[in-house]
Design a binder for this molecule. Structure first.
Ligand SMILES: NC(=O)C1=CN([C@@H]2O[C@H](COP(=O)(O)OP(=O)(O)OC[C@H]3O[C@@H](n4cnc5c(N)ncnc54)[C@H](OP(=O)(O)O)[C@@H]3O)[C@@H](O)[C@H]2O)C=CC1
Ligand SMILES: C[C@H]1O[C@H](OP(=O)(O)OP(=O)(O)OC[C@H]2O[C@@H](n3cnc4c(=O)[nH]c(N)nc43)[C@H](O)[C@@H]2O)[C@@H](O)[C@@H](O)C1=O
Length: 322
């Protein structure tokens, strides 16, 4: 990366986007070199607006961390929004990047791209080998299309557009919506309110038996910058032109019941935990094999309980409690 490179972080106010900006600044990238637009300033589903933005700003690099994102419930009840918005944002940003001669772009996919019953841990080669998880299939199809968009522009036009597949993420700047959030922000908020209100029990969705791998968002941001800046020869020796995505996981997973008990300890809740099996579990497990990225030199540093404590403090600060 040249010292004066202009870097566009799409989704800079989101959990991952804001962590990527933090990481870039911590690595010495001057504020003036980081290009951002809020959703209100630039709707990435608007092809004309995106084209005009790229023609005006002509960034040297793009981190595509903007997306329509939500938990299992949101994905299940807004499937059209999840597939349309994400397909449009990806297509508009990746095409405009190419048209304005952006040579390097990093696309953020998801561990949802893998088949529901893929062998665990899931390797990159598991992609497109089986049926997807129904609760987030539309979102997953959009993410798979994002990978293939990058690969197609690389093959046809010689671009260097890379794709990373995050596992379930959490941390500062997360979405704490009561229904549409992911499990960790949902439970931090629910257990906090139960403690404050002396509620006798807290209901967890599903059976508690599914397993999930959780990565702290600042580890994800470090992995994103690491992959973007990997030497071209090193990166292209590691991936194939049509199997170019790289897994970014923590390396271990826990059951939702174990997660809930850990959050009970972090929040200091003294009541009971009960499970509502009428709510969907999603896939039984989606633990990724991140061995390729580990071998290239990246490893996570924030363990789950420490990350939960930092996420909880961030939630309290954001809500004005702390
Ligand atoms: N969170 C997780 O557990 C995981 C996330 N990922 C992926 O990581 C990436 C970042 O996710 P995360 O940070 O959690 O998501 P967030 O929802 O926190 O951030 C998404 C950002 O995209 C912006 N955005 C959404 N729609 C538009 C639009 N039409 N035009 C412009 N901006 C828009 C949002 O702005 P606004 O809020 O103002 O609408 C927000 O700033 C996504 O690609 C996601 O799919 C992958 C796996 C797990
Ligand atoms: C991150 C990745 O993967 C996401 O899918 P997911 O892993 O199923 O996401 P989730 O965090 O919403 O659920 C994880 C587990 O937790 C259980 N669960 C219990 N209680 C609550 C609860 O209160 N809220 C939520 N959301 N889940 C709960 C829930 O029943 C499920 O068994 C995609 O949406 C997609 O965003 C994607 O990219």
């Amino acid at each position: 990366m040249q010292s004066d490179s202009r870097i566009y972080v799409a989704g800079h106010r989101g959990m991952v986007g804001s962590a990527i900006v933090r990481t870039l600044k911590a690595q010495g990238v001057p504020d003036k070199n980081i290009v951002t637009r809020t959703h209100a300033e630039l709707d990435l589903t608007d092809q004309r607006a995106v084209g005009e933005f790229f023609a005006q700003e002509r960034p040297d690099q793009v981190y595509l961390a903007a997306a329509k994102v939500g938990g299992i419930h949101a994905n299940n009840i807004y499937p059209a929004d999840f597939i349309y918005d994400n397909m449009m944002m990806q297509a508009n940003v990746i095409q405009a990047a190419h048209r304005n001669d952006v040579q390097k772009l990093l696309f953020l996919g998801s561990s949802c791209i893998y088949p529901r019953m893929a062998q665990q841990p899931m390797r990159e080669t598991a992609l497109l080998t089986g049926t997807l998880e129904p609760t987030n299939e539309p979102y997953a199809i959009a993410k798979i299309a994002g990978i293939k968009l990058c690969e197609s522009y690389n093959r046809q036009y010689g671009r260097d557009y890379r794709s990373v597949m995050p596992t379930n993420l959490y941390g500062p700047g997360d979405n704490y919506h009561s229904e549409n959030s992911h499990v960790i922000p949902a439970l931090l908020r629910r257990f906090h309110k139960a403690k404050a209100g002396n509620a006798p029990e807290v209901v967890i969705w599903g059976t508690g038996s599914p397993k999930r791998e959780f990565l702290f968002v600042d580890d994800m941001a470090a992995a994103s910058v690491f992959v973007m800046n990997l030497d071209d020869e090193v990166y292209w020796n590691e991936v194939q032109p049509q199997l170019s995505h790289i897994n970014v996981g923590y390396g271990e997973d826990v059951t939702i019941a174990e997660l809930a008990q850990t959050i009970v300890g972090v929040v200091g809740y003294a009541g009971d935990v009960v499970f509502d099996a009428s709510k969907p579990d999603g896939p039984p497990r989606k633990w990724m094999d991140s061995g390729r990225l580990n071998a290239l030199g990246w490893k996570p540093v924030v363990a789950l309980e420490e990350g939960l404590r930092r996420a909880y403090q961030d939630m309290l600060r954001a809500a004005g409690y702390a």
